[in-house]
Design a binder for this molecule. Structure first.
Ligand SMILES: Nc1ncnc2c1ncn2[C@@H]1O[C@H](COP(=O)(O)OP(=O)(O)OP(=O)(O)O)[C@@H](O)[C@H]1O
Length: 280
């Protein structure tokens, strides 16, 4: 079971530990989530090394870096998805607003309602389109009446840009939709429980270019209402959808900053090497 070993102590609003490029590092709006001196171990494997990163409110933060550098591990710490991995041990602080994410008294189910997740491969439940969306709100008691639930399902599907395509097939299985539609269904499902943060682990890697473009547009629209963290192998995608980017290498966060600055004027040779395709 993942274990938090240090108390939450950091000043949540500062940018300490960031190697941010660009002039805005000190003037950015308050972080929605923050990690301070985060270390993650799988047994002896030190997968994340002393990472301090602010995740800005209502922006998209992209996590990039070569395979195995720890992007998904970092992402999964943000809503404690690593808790189920027996060998995983965590030290350092993670906060959501002022809440210590690893507080032993925290209700993890509630945390995951506030910090939702969309996975690499679309994974609709083996249920109808309607019930895929209605499941979470029912569990969390978000709505009281059938009418409220129907409104919420429609609103979530509209927000995910899927309503017009599925409004006449709400009772058919979600698995019958195309890959891109299924991924938007999963995004609608995440939205339905009113999350504040949405974590996306390579959400387009199983999709064709047209479905990818639709999801990228959707991510851009969603940031008005949500804070988004996206893991991507695709640097063009990071440049297109994110306002801030963090580059990871061998478990270390090498640098983080405004996306444009990081891609045009990286401070570290390793970042330069990666974004110019010298390795990765
Ligand atoms: N469940 C696990 N159990 C043990 N080790 C793991 C587990 N998940 C990841 N690791 C290890 O942690 C390190 C970081 O892996 P992680 O999947 O976070 O990297 P990544 O950057 O997301 O990689 P990729 O881009 O290939 O998905 C790797 O050494 C990996 O082998």
């Amino acid at each position: 079971m993942a274990q938090m070993q240090t108390a939450a102590t950091a000043d949540r609003a500062d940018t300490r530990g960031e190697t941010g490029s660009g002039p805005s590092a000190g003037t950015r709006k308050r972080a929605k989530m923050a990690t301070r001196n985060l270390n993650v171990y799988y047994g002896d494997n030190h997968a994340i090394q002393d990472v301090s990163l602010d995740i800005g409110n209502n922006e998209v933060t992209a996590l990039i870096g070569p395979s195995g550098c720890g992007k998904s591990t970092f992402l999964r710490c943000l809503n404690r998805m690593n808790d189920v991995i027996d060998t995983c041990r965590i030290t350092g602080d993670i906060t959501l607003d002022d809440v210590d994410v690893y507080d032993p008294n925290l209700d993890v189910v509630q945390l995951r309602a506030r910090v939702g997740m969309v996975f690499q491969k679309p994974n609709p439940f083996p249920k109808s389109v309607f019930d895929n969306i209605a499941y979470g709100p029912r569990i969390h008691g978000v709505t009281n009446t059938r009418d409220e639930l129907e409104e919420l399902v429609e609103r979530s599907l509209r927000r995910a840009g899927l309503w017009d395509e599925v409004k006449d097939r709400l009772d058919l299985p979600g698995s019958g939709l195309s890959g891109g539609q299924q991924q938007r269904l999963c995004i609608a499902r995440a939205i339905a429980v009113n999350p504040e943060v949405i974590l996306m682990d390579e959400p387009c890697s199983a999709l064709d270019p047209i479905a990818t473009a639709t999801i990228e547009e959707l991510i851009d629209e969603l940031r008005d209402n949500y804070t988004i963290v996206i893991v991507t192998h695709n640097m063009q995608q990071a440049a297109r959808v994110s306002q801030r980017t963090a580059f990871f290498h061998l478990g270390e966060m090498v640098e983080a900053g405004e996306t444009e600055a990081l891609f045009t004027n990286p401070r570290d040779d390793r970042t330069l090497g990666y974004i110019t395709g010298r390795f990765g």
